[in-house]
Write a protein that binds this ligand. Structure first.
Ligand code: ADP
Ligand code: MG
Length: 490
């Protein structure tokens, strides 16, 4: 475990998260209204979302399936009986006057997510529960100097609240946890994980204690919506709490807000004015009772998840852990990679690694440059595989291949067509290279003399000149070998 050492001794940081993940579903949790992002204000509002008198909520069966799928993907226990409760509070963007949530009996209990700690060791972060609840609407305060507006498009959209045990020990671990969680949710297609659009946000609970003693009092930082902000909020909060504790004070159990502009957390409310939500079972909704067969049927639809894929890539393809985990982090990247691999005649570890290098390095930088994701790549998996094959069979050098890939990106043509059209085949004839090098050495007899007098770094100069003469097409290894021989001779 990693501790923070100060002049007074060791501190351990303890963190637990309450992650709100917006569920992928075309319609809301208890109404048929659309969930489409970016609609005009109040375009997607039904009478149920606006809480008109006399209307009743009806549970969206697809959302229940999505929650079950998430629970299974995160190794949780699916409770065949769970309940919906009313969490009462007043807010203008909450027309019902309460949020329908799950309190005492959530749909999922337990579960875990595996992360790597700072030593690269796998570690399980336990989940306490996952429950399903409605999102609230949005108040808009910046459209008029005198009025506030309400947009209820988000009101009633299904959220999953994923609550961890206080198992996290540093900002880095939290960051790894959220990345892994997001990756799994995206594989499951139950949450798009888009933090900018608010589809994934977290309440971050932070406390400090001396190792081996009871946990300290926690502070909750509400609604942080980017990994970067979460990391800064934890950093600030840890420093603040150490200062309080070391000056003999006590940490108040309070709710704070992170301000990205200052990088600080500020008090939102203290424990004394903590809200009493008066939870009670929602009389409009019967208990949620699931058949085991439904759970079993959904279990069949769970794809191979990132950890299993990473392990398989390491085991079957011999990829290093880092590459394997990066490729497995997104299903679309993994699919692209595996598709490309099927077009390569040899699936040995060396080929697998070369393909990984080219995809994660060169192809990704082209994708980034144009702001595209792998599904929108101008280079198909088959065409990337063909390029790799040309490198492997020494038709072109790695250096020329980079230029070829750029042309592939711009024109959509295949590697072999580009190589033939532009005469880029590598020169692999020792006799041709020998001729070329003799010409270079004859043109630079002065430099040859200097070389012989010990200026050995001129070797690179000769290589450069020969490459220039051949437009970079000389096989680099052969060029080196022949040049050594010639200089030795002279
Ligand atoms: P409550 O029911 O009051 O919200 P919970 O026990 O459900 O409290 O905990 C809420 C979150 O706080 C969980 O994510 C949990 O892991 C975390 N948590 C609990 N105790 C601590 C602690 N001492 N330090 C940091 N986080 C904690
Ligand atoms: Mg709680």
């Amino acid at each position: 475990m990693k501790y923070i050492e100060t002049s007074t001794g060791k501190w351990e940081v303890v963190i637990g998260l309450e992650v709100h993940a917006q569920m992928i579903s075309n319609s809301k949790l208890f109404s048929a209204a659309s969930t489409k992002f970016g609609a005009a204000p109040n375009e997607n509002v039904s009478f149920v979302d606006a809480a008109f008198p006399g209307v009743l909520p009806v549970i969206n069966s697809f959302c229940v399936d999505q929650a079950i799928k998430t629970g299974l993907g995160l190794n949780g226990t699916i409770n065949l009986v769970s309940h919906f409760d009313r969490k009462n509070y007043f807010y203008a963007d909450l027309p019902q006057g309460y949020q329908i949530s799950q309190y005492k009996s959530p749909i999922i209990s337990g579960g875990h997510v595996e992360i790597e700690d700072e030593n690269g060791e796998a570690r399980k972060v336990r989940l306490e529960r996952i429950h399903v609840e409605q999102d609230a609407g949005k108040s808009i305060h910046d459209q008029s100097p005198t009025k506030s507006y309400i947009d209820l498009n988000r009101a009633g959209v299904a959220l999953m609240e994923i609550v961890t045990m206080p198992d996290l020990r540093s900002a880095d671990e939290v960051s790894a946890f959220i990345k892994k969680l997001r990756s799994i949710l995206r594989y499951l297609k139950t949450c798009d994980g888009n933090m900018e659009e608010g589809s994934l946000r977290a309440d971050v609970n932070v406390s400090l204690h001396r190792p081996g003693t009871e946990y300290g009092t926690r502070v909750e930082i509400k609604n942080v919506n980017s990994i970067r902000f979460i990391v800064s909020a934890i950093g600030f909060e840890v420093d603040r709490q150490i200062e309080v504790l070391e000056s003999g004070g006590i940490v108040d159990q309070e709710t704070r807000l992170f301000d990205p502009a200052t990088g600080k957390t500020v008090v939102m409310r203290s424990k004394e004015d903590a809200q009493d939500y008066r939870y009670f079972p929602d009389p409009d909704l019967p208990p949620l009772i699931l058949e085991q067969s439904r759970v079993d049927r959904i279990r069949e639809t769970i794809p191979e998840l990132p950890d299993a894929k990473t392990a398989r890539f390491q085991r079957d393809l011999g990829l290093p852990h880092y590459d394997a985990a990066l490729i497995a982090s997104e299903m679309e990247i993994a699919d692209y990679y595996e598709d490309a691999l099927t077009h390569l005649p040899s699936g040995d570890a060396e080929t697998a690694k070369i393909l990984a290098n080219w995809m994660l390095g060169e192809l990704f930088s082209l994708l980034n440059k144009d702001g595209k994701n792998i599904c929108e790549s101008n280079v198909s998996p088959k065409n990337l595989a063909e390029l790799i094959q040309l490198i492997k069979t020494d038709v072109i050098s790695g250096k020329i291949a980079k230029d070829v890939l750029k042309i592939m990106w711009d024109t959509g043509k295949s590697a072999s067509v580009i190589v033939e059209e532009n005469g880029l085949r590598q020169i692999t004839s020792a006799a041709d290279i020998d001729d070329c090098l003799r010409a270079v050495l004859a043109e630079h007899s002065d430099k040859v003399a200097e070389y012989k007098n010990g200026k050995e770094k001129l070797f690179g100069f000769f290589v450069g000149q020969a490459m220039k003469k051949t437009q970079g097409k000389a096989n680099p290894q052969l060029l080196n070998d022949v040049l050594k021989k010639l200089l030795g001779e002279k």
